[in-house]
Design a protein around this ligand. Structure first.
Ligand SMILES: Cc1cc2nc3c(=O)[nH]c(=O)nc-3n(C[C@H](O)[C@H](O)[C@H](O)COP(=O)(O)OP(=O)(O)OC[C@H]3O[C@@H](n4cnc5c(N)ncnc54)[C@H](O)[C@@H]3O)c2cc1C
Length: 291
């Protein structure tokens, strides 16, 4: 099938993009890398009258260290993130997650802003944003605002963004000290969306107690999930006394309605989910202990 006809707009910058969104209303849709939207257009699951293409918009691409965060512009491609020495050094969890996304052809076009705005429950970046406590920058005719990742994903493929709001950048905190990070997932084939996955970020204090823990889950609900109760259960505890299998079980117990489809039953996903959390927890703790 071919997409339905639409008018094409190529704004020069974020201000023009926001003005277009506001003027065109609900008939307009942003396109960034097109790796999620184009299949939806082709299947006519999305039939916008106007496409606002961010590809030529100035100021939405790039990676910059500022005030303890690494700011990544919304239109920065997954491939740019994969190749970035700054990301590898300052936000290693994001660097490790990126090669797990699809295939290199997809990462050459797909953007971080598109991944977060699309809010696929099985995608890697939303879970990484949750585990790291990222902050999402958005711009609309009402001004700019910051949305913490744990308030950003509001439902199936839906986010806190209003129709006339543009995701402009994402701030990832740069953690130093005794920090460790790991992402684990299970997919039937390399490049497929994961059946279940987990991103874990852990910080230890000088006495080997957990100072901070972030656990993001993907493939285990209708939205990207943060395992807040499992995080709370380990925070402040001596790491030697924490049962890694129990962390996995506790994290998955929080996912209310686990999806079932032709790839996996809900029970299988729960089982795989607990295993990947346990593995990611162990690797993150090991890295933090040796940092
Ligand atoms: C075969 C295949 C396999 C894939 N496998 C994976 C995988 O394993 N893991 C994974 O995470 N992803 C996977 N993807 C999806 C891929 O990562 C997409 O690139 C990503 O989900 C969307 O990014 P995009 O820039 O292409 O966004 P687009 O497709 O252009 O847009 C997606 C949505 O986000 C909105 N949007 C885009 N940018 C903005 C913005 N700045 N502000 C507000 N709204 C915005 C659009 O309006 C649209 O609704 C796969 C895709 C394909 C085709």
């Amino acid at each position: 099938m071919k997409p339905a006809a639409f008018d094409y707009h190529a704004p020069a910058d974020a201000a023009e993009a926001v003005a277009l969104l506001s003027g065109l209303g609900e008939d307009a849709k942003i396109i960034a890398g097109g790796q999620s939207l184009v299949p939806m257009l082709a299947l006519r699951l999305a039939v916008p009258e106007h496409l606002v293409d961010l590809r030529r918009a100035d100021g939405l691409r790039g990676i910059e260290r500022r005030d303890g965060v690494l700011r990544i512009g919304a239109c920065t491609t997954q491939a740019m993130i994969e190749r970035s020495a700054e990301v590898a050094r300052d936000v290693p969890l994001l660097a490790r997650a990126t090669p797990l996304i699809g295939h290199f052809q997809i990462r050459n076009r797909g953007t971080i802003g598109g991944s977060l705005a699309h809010a696929d429950a099985a995608a890697e970046y939303p879970a990484v944003a949750l585990a790291l406590g990222a902050r999402i920058q958005a711009r609309s005719p009402r001004g700019e605002r910051t949305v913490p990742a744990d308030r950003f994903f509001t439902g199936m493929w839906t986010t806190e963004l209003a129709e006339d709001e543009l995701l402009t950048a994402v701030d990832f905190p740069v953690r130093d000290g005794r920090a460790g990070f790991a992402i684990e997932e299970f997919a039937r084939r390399g490049g497929d969306f994961a059946i279940a996955g987990a991103a874990v970020a852990v910080e230890l204090d000088g006495d080997d107690r957990v100072r901070r823990c972030g656990i993001g889950l993907f493939g285990l609900g209708s939205t990207p999930l943060r395992a807040a109760a499992a995080e709370a259960s380990v925070t402040g505890a001596a790491v030697a006394g924490i049962d890694a299998d129990e962390v996995g079980r506790a994290a998955v117990a929080e996912s209310g309605s686990v999806p079932a489809d032709l790839h996996a039953s809900a029970d299988h996903r729960r089982h795989v989910g607990a295993v990947v959390v346990t593995r990611a927890w162990r690797r993150a703790v090991q890295e933090a202990a040796h940092a």
